[in-house]
Design a protein around this ligand. Structure first.
Ligand SMILES: Nc1ncnc2c1ncn2[C@@H]1O[C@H](COP(=O)(O)OP(=O)(O)O[C@H]2O[C@H](CO)[C@@H](O)[C@H](O)[C@H]2O)[C@@H](O)[C@H]1O
Length: 489
């Protein structure tokens, strides 16, 4: 099957969070199974160009209709981890993708609306005719809309779209002027609440709603979150739309790229290990302490890696840090915030704790350090308020690090409590709490730290149980292939 992924991120060249991992991992698995897969990304100035092989111009003078005129684009081609990848470079006054960072601009809806239109124009002109176009999150959600409203009649009449929603909180809600820019001229029709008009902001359009309406199939990234999105406030206002289109909506648990995340081969680790050589993990703990200048003592290490966003339960992350110190452990945090207030808070916290030999906060994005943390620590906290899937708890499990998670979304689908689960002991792999409060978090974290201190054998069993789980793309890709086969012409 010919599959074209169109997304705003793909690891390792352009990664802000889990979206990049998923586009990369899913594409690689499909490619390894013999499918013809390519990825289309914007050509950002801030990408990791050192991860692109043989980057060269593939198509020049692609004139993309935009805002009543046209914008000239150059399309580049290269390989990322063996994956055929196209990069769209617009020569526009607005410098859409030459801004030093990926997101966070007032005109993001226009930047990615343009990217979506350019991707379709490229398919048309360069004669790319995939069976399936797989789009991701609001940034590429206009693709199914434009495919059926503009490009079907121009020749893209056999392409079908699967759209994946990685995060309902970000829906690309914006003014109707974008419709004119993209060429979707009937503003009253498209802007109506029955089409892609936002249900809560009068006069606004909603990208994600457009994708739910037009795509041939819509997924989110875990079965539990698919339920939550429809039946609770976690759908961020799209519950009714999902209800309307329930026959083409489902949840598929994400996988992990087991080559990228492999403690036996990970190039960032001092020592490689697997389930049978778990004792070697302690060398990575020592290496991590050296790198972060923490004292070498006999204490459990707890970590958080991830975006610092309200979604992730920042007050609970902060509390996990203090609680760990109080219980005689060490804490490491690696994260970046896009919100100014949260960023400032964590910088203050970092300054306050600067001289503490048992704690280190690294504010920023650091791929190598992330790997070293997963491999080096004992426990890993993910106290999210909502979590569509969550990859960090799965990475932790792969590295023999015990997750402490809140029972929501994909966290609930992947982590099973050591003390309170119906599963046999050999299948329990972490600590789970329900209530998003300090007491809730402590009810799980305290048990984790206590087990580490009082029952090293039990703790080791837990680590090994986690490593036995298979959260690779092996199974999830079967579900995606079933969807592709179901919707293809
Ligand atoms: N500062 C930093 N330095 C280095 N690495 C960092 C980092 N911050 C984050 N990462 C890495 O980014 C990834 C984050 O994965 P998450 O599942 O937490 O994704 P996120 O919430 O961004 O994505 C959304 O999409 C994904 C994919 O569908 C869903 O799993 C998730 O629930 C949803 O919120 C991990 O690989 C992590 O190691």
């Amino acid at each position: 099957m010919k599959i074209l992924m169109v997304a705003s991120e793909c690891a390792p060249v352009a990664k802000v969070g889990g979206l990049g991992d998923v586009v990369h991992g899913l594409s690689r698995e499909l490619h390894q199974r013999g499918h013809d897969v390519a990825v289309i990304l914007p050509k950002y100035d801030c990408m990791r160009y050192d991860h692109i092989w043989d980057l060269a111009i593939s198509y020049e003078n692609l004139w993309v209709p935009w805002n009543g005129g046209v914008i000239n684009c150059t399309i580049w081609f290269g390989h990322v981890d063996g994956l055929a990848s196209y990069f769209i470079e617009p020569h526009a006054e607005e410098q859409f993708f030459n801004r030093g960072t990926y997101y966070g601009f007032w005109d993001d809806a226009h930047r990615f609306g343009f990217f979506s239109r350019a991707a379709l124009e490229f398919m048309l002109k360069a004669n790319l005719r995939p069976d399936i176009i797989h789009t991701h999150d609001w940034q590429t959600a206009l693709i199914p809309v434009m495919l059926y409203e503009i490009y079907e009649s121009l020749g893209l009449d056999r392409q079908r779209v699967c759209h994946t929603i990685h995060n309902f909180k970000h829906q690309g809600t914006t003014g109707r002027d974008l419709l004119y820019a993209t060429g979707l001229h009937r503003a009253d029709y498209f802007g109506d609440v029955h089409c892609m008009g936002d249900d809560f902001t009068p006069g606004a359009i909603n990208h994600t709603k457009g994708a739910i309406t037009y795509a041939n199939f819509v997924t989110t990234v875990s079965p539990k979150h698919a339920f939550e999105a429809r039946h609770s406030d976690q759908g961020y206002g799209l519950g009714h739309t999902l209800y309307r289109f329930q026959d083409k909506f489902g949840g598929i648990l994400n996988g992990l790229d087991y080559d990228t995340w492999n403690p036996m081969t990970d190039p960032y680790l001092r020592v490689h290990y697997d389930r049978d050589t778990l004792e070697r993990k302690s060398d990575n703990k020592q290496a991590l302490r050296e790198r972060l200048m923490l004292q070498q003592v006999y204490k459990p290490m707890v970590a958080y890696v991830g975006r610092l966003d309200t979604q992730k339960g920042v007050h609970l992350i902060r509390h996990a840090l203090f609680r760990t110190l109080e219980m005689g452990g060490q804490f490491v945090l690696l994260g970046a915030a896009s919100e100014r207030g949260i960023n400032d808070d964590f910088w203050h916290l970092k300054n306050d704790l600067n001289d503490n030999p048992d704690c280190h906060l690294e504010i920023g994005f650091d791929e190598a350090l992330a790997h070293q943390i997963y491999a080096g620590v004992d426990l890993f906290v993910v106290p999210s308020l909502f979590e569509p899937c969550g990859l960090t708890q799965m990475i932790a499990l792969r590295y023999g690090t015990v997750p402490v998670v809140r029972q929501v979304g994909g966290l609930a689908d992947t982590v099973f409590d050591w003390n309170h689960s119906d599963l046999p002991l050999s299948k329990r792999n972490g600590f789970v709490f329900e209530e998003a409060s300090f007491a809730g978090l402590e009810s799980a974290l305290d048990r984790g730290i206590a087990l580490w201190k009082q029952d090293p054998h039990g703790f080791q069993m837990l680590m090994q149980a986690g490593m036995r789980y298979d959260y690779s793309w092996r199974l999830p890709v079967e579900h995606y292939l079933n969807i592709y086969r179901y919707i293809r012409c």
